[in-house]
Design a protein around this ligand. Structure first.
Ligand code: MN
Length: 130
């Protein structure tokens, strides 16, 4: 059931594609997560520092700063290093997943992906809402 809950877990969704952002935010909110959105890697690093989210969904192909570099910077901050980062990539190239793991990504999903699969991945890392 859709609900908003003060104790909801906070997900930082980093995605420059408006359509994907709407789809992923919509379903995650439906499942009771609080979703905050960043549209580029630099904004992701800033928002991770200020929000200290429970999980980060990180598109890898992003303007300003790519998702690999943003993840590397986030994982370098002591208070943020334990936050699970799930990488999302639209055009998976050989080596993308390895590079993502090298910079500290904890999970890896390739798009196109059904929104339900995104929710399942999030739940595997942080469980259901609250
Ligand atoms: Mn992108």
């Amino acid at each position: 059931m859709p609900q908003t809950d003060a104790d909801s877990k906070v997900i930082l969704l980093v995605e420059d594609n408006l359509h994907n952002r709407r789809i992923f935010s919509g379903i995650l909110r439906h499942y009771g997560y609080e979703v905050q959105e960043a549209v580029n890697g630099a904004e992701a690093v800033e928002m991770a520092r200020s929000l200290v989210p429970d999980l980060i969904l990180m598109d890898l192909s992003l303007p300003v700063m790519d998702g690999w570099e943003a993840t590397r910077q986030i994982k370098a901050v002591a208070e943020l290093t334990k936050i699970p980062v799930i990488a999302l990539t639209a055009h998976a190239m050989a080596g993308d997943e390895d590079r993502a793991r090298e910079v500290g990504c904890d999970g890896y999903l390739s798009k196109p992906i059904s929104p339900t699969k995104v929710v399942e991945a999030v739940q595997r890392f942080i469980g259901e809402k609250v």
